[in-house]
Design a protein around this ligand. Structure first.
Ligand SMILES: Cc1cc2nc3c(=O)[nH]c(=O)nc-3n(C[C@H](O)[C@H](O)[C@H](O)COP(=O)(O)OP(=O)(O)OC[C@H]3O[C@@H](n4cnc5c(N)ncnc54)[C@H](O)[C@@H]3O)c2cc1C
Length: 443
């Protein structure tokens, strides 16, 4: 892929600068050639980006000298550009050329042959993970809009109780493959079997948790089936007219929410992070069908070997499971000040979270980061201290039931999503809150 600025056409009007979501375009004076060169870094492994000097400088220069053509030209910083193409339609003079290779896709399927919404039922040590119950709830809504049914796919060993629970939680059918070799997740066997099941039963939608396992598995499945995949969706819906899945997720660094569709291929596949949707409640009256499948040994072949599974040791309350989270941002002003958050968290039995600014400053480990590139959380109470509320943070916590924001800036965007806002200096208010909660909770 490559992108070109055609200098002969560019007038330095700045429309492309405004359109670029990555701040990758600058307008530079044509005479500052040394500056231009500094943007033309090569060999970083990314697709190539080049500024076109296609005609000789001479002819350009003479044009510039003899006409009213601008000396100002757009220059693309290829360290920032990700070739999204947002600048191309913004340029009224057609001075930006984006060349993309032809995308190779699979043969177009018979869309009508695909029916049903599937959820991959991730299990660990024989226990279905809670994200699956969150997806089943959403799958039921989608299936109701499409007038179809919901199925879960469960691979593993000794799964009897879990199969029943999947039905109680919303699955009309459960496809089960039980074998000793499938007791623990392994990329290749799981991929082969899920692909085999999808080819045989032809679902129209496949949903999967955006967990470490889900991300590893479903991307392989999408490649093998040559279909699209939308990762980390924060919203799923049905376009009732076209009967297609609307997959919403943050895009361009979280600056916009993009709704993505896969109208021509099936299944439509999406991953969703833990805690984005609420779990369905178990209804023991629900009935469902269990479909057991066998797969031959070639399907179980794996080039990697599982040696051991080591449990993560959590020294504090697990962020993803916590009912209360106290989070700190750049306003904490240093690592030592997180102590006052930890004291408040201890009194409340809460976990401590952090914004990326706090994590990037080295004040908190990455495992505590909440947001688009951190964890998605949905606690009963989220207390944001010294966090401004940028979209990339909000996408990770805005589904919390109660949001309390403490910020000294009354115009901080966090107050737009907050249930309760405290405009105050956090260093004054947090110790007071800790003291008060301690008194009240003692009673
Ligand atoms: C691709 C991408 C992914 C990203 N992913 C994430 C992510 O996962 N999570 C994330 O958090 N960010 C993420 N970011 C960064 C995000 O855009 C913001 O830069 C970040 O969230 C800002 O953190 P902050 O609110 O702590 O800092 P700031 O925006 O600097 O806000 C600090 C706030 O503290 C307040 N304050 C200062 N002193 C006090 C005081 N004494 N008392 C009370 N209030 C005070 C200020 O008024 C201010 O509102 C991402 C950005 C990009 C581009």
């Amino acid at each position: 892929m490559s992108i070109q600025i055609i200098l002969e056409k560019c007038t330095g009007c700045t429309l492309c600068v405004k359109a670029c979501p990555f701040d990758a375009i600058r307008i530079m004076d044509k005479s500052e050639d040394s500056g231009l060169a500094s943007f033309r870094t090569e060999g970083h492994g990314l697709p190539s980006v080049r500024q076109s000097h296609s005609q000789s400088h001479k002819s350009e220069d003479s044009g510039l000298a003899s006409s009213s053509q601008s000396h100002k030209k757009a220059v693309i910083d290829l360290n920032k550009c990700n070739l999204c193409g947002a600048c191309v339609p913004a340029c009224k003079l057609k001075a930006i050329l984006l060349e993309k290779p032809e995308v190779v896709t699979g043969a177009k399927p018979d869309l009508k042959a695909h029916k049903g919404v599937w959820v991959f039922a991730e299990q660990k040590k024989g226990k279905v993970q809670s994200v699956v119950y969150e997806l089943l709830g959403k799958a039921r809504e989608l299936a109701a809009s499409l007038g179809t049914d919901v199925s879960a796919v469960l691979l593993g060993e000794h799964l009897e109780e879990e199969i029943q629970e999947l039905i109680w939680r919303g699955a009309d059918k459960v496809y089960v493959v039980e074998r000793r070799e499938l007791a623990n997740f392994q990329d290749e066997p799981y991929t082969n079997i899920l692909v085999g099941l999808i080819k045989k039963y032809k679902p129209e939608i496949v949903l999967c948790g955006a967990t470490s396992i889900g991300r590893s598995l479903i991307s392989r499945v999408a490649v093998k089936l040559r279909v699209g995949l939308t990762a980390d969706c924060t919203g799923l819906d049905i376009d009732l007219e076209r009967k297609i899945l609307l997959q919403t997720r943050p895009a361009f660094g979280g600056n916009i929410m993009a709704t993505i569709i896969s109208p021509n291929y099936r299944p439509q596949m999406a991953t969703v992070r833990h805690k984005v949707f609420p779990e369905t409640i178990s209804d023991m009256k629900r009935k469902g069908k269990i479909i057991r499948e066998n797969f031959d040994v070639p399907f179980l072949a794996s080039r990697s070997k599982l040696l051991d599974i080591v449990d993560e040791i959590e020294s504090t309350v697990n962020l993803a499971e916590a009912d209360i989270i106290v989070s700190g941002g750049r306003g904490m002003a240093g690592p030592e000040n997180f102590k006052i958050l930890e004291e408040l968290a201890k009194v409340l039995g809460a976990a401590v979270g952090a914004s990326r600014a706090a994590v990037d400053s080295g004040w908190m480990p990455y495992s505590h980061q909440v947001g688009q590139t951190g964890r998605t959380v949905s606690p009963k109470i989220y207390i944001a201290c010294g966090i401004s509320g940028q979209i990339q943070h909000l996408v990770g916590m805005q589904s919390s039931k109660i949001i309390v924001a403490i910020n000294k800036d009354p115009d901080a965007p966090i107050f737009k999503v907050a249930t309760y806002g405290i405009v105050a200096d956090l260093f004054e208010i947090i110790p007071v809150l800790t003291k008060k909660f301690k008194e009240v909770l003692k009673k």
